[in-house]
Ligand binder design. Structure first.
Ligand code: FES
Ligand code: FES
Length: 141
């Protein structure tokens, strides 16, 4: 494995052994797909969640990241954190928490931002697909 001077061992661990690498069928009605890019560096992250419609719980998650080691590690951590949580609860996951967990240096903050954005985009995609936002709106009217 590569030796990364100055990087926290958790980054190296998630880079060398990324958790939950893969893809779900984006047309599966139970799947939400978040595809986001970082304009600064051109890196791209796809994060997908699988939701149990009845409970609103995220039962599975996976990612594919074309990007730097910090982005790969951030997406790996993100998939671990969202699994088993309620969909609404993962919207509060902050990139700064991921960055802190991985001890990312300030210049690598945008890499963890990709993960936060990808989580939000995946939830939004699922809700749009399910017409959930409309339903919630109706419920509050
Ligand atoms: Fe993997 Fe904490 S080291 S999520
Ligand atoms: Fe851009 Fe890491 S350098 S995502």
């Amino acid at each position: 494995p590569v030796v990364w001077r100055g990087y926290h061992e958790r980054v190296v661990d998630h880079y060398n052994n990324p958790r939950n690498v893969g893809s779900f069928d984006k047309n599966d009605p139970d799947v939400g797909t978040g595809l986001v890019g970082a304009p600064a560096c051109g890196d791209v992250m796809k994060l997908q969640i699988k939701i149990d419609e009845t409970s609103g719980k995220i039962v599975d998650a996976c990612f594919k990241t074309f990007g730097c080691g910090s982005a790969i590690a951030s997406s790996s951590v993100a998939t671990e954190w969202v699994k088993g949580k309620q969909m609404e609860d993962v919207l509060s996951i902050k990139n700064t928490e991921i960055a802190k967990h991985l001890s990312l240096p300030p210049v690598k903050l945008h890499c963890s931002m990709l993960a936060e954005d990808a989580i939000k985009a995946a939830v939004k995609d699922y809700e749009t697909k399910r017409g959930r936002s409309e339903r919630n709106k109706e419920a509050t009217l």
